[in-house]
Design a protein around this ligand. Sequence first.
Ligand code: 13P
Length: 256
Amino acid sequence: MGRKVIIAGNWKMNKTGAEGRALVEALLKEVASFDPAEVDIVVCPPFTTLAEVRPVIAGTKVKLGAQNVHWEDHGAFTGEISAAMLKEAGVEYVIIGHSERRQYFGETDETVNRRLQAALKAGLKPIVCIGELLEEREGGRTEEVLRKQIRGGFAGLDAATMAGVVIAYEPVWAIGTGRTATPQIAEETQAFIRAEVAALFGADCAEKVRIQYGGSMKAANARELVAQKDIDGGLIGGAALEASGFAKLISEALAK
Ligand code: 13P
């Protein structure tokens, strides 16, 4: 059994409630023919838009995700949202450790790990982002950086739990820049990530864990990227903000 493709749209700080509703209404029409046994389709709106999107996609093949989660159940953590709150809001998936949170909001491998543990405890399906900066790639430090993010971010998990985590490899230099990693670079890096998972959690876990690519992925490059052995889908920013383009991207990914 191969790994099931997973395509997730990270809306970032885009789409009001009304805009989000309109987007998923259009998306549902576009994805009507896709087989949910072949692909997991996820949308991750901003927190305030979750409630608007939820009833529109309830019971459909499009699943609800959030963009962050705090590690505590409740308390004095202004601006944060707990895993229980996300569960109550109907959320199934949650993005953790996106590079924008690492860059602008002080996210570290340690906080990623705490958020991950809380998400798992609540029964949320985590999508954990890792990836190197441009200067790290150019300095030949990509593997060292990823190894540290993997060891720190996934510390304390057992192999069975790790097998259910989705990893999103997002080279920071490819995010929102139009500069996609070539399928060869993405594959080579994702094969390294899988090998690291194997070293830490065993070959069986590494075979099961799904690794998405993210960074300027669009309909025009999705097929070639997802055709790579170690690329099991995508985490999509800009190209997830418009229904027909996002649906086309999914169909290209499935045509691999
Ligand atoms: P873009 O697809 O806009 O490059 O963003 C990728 C990303 O950061 C998804 O989380």
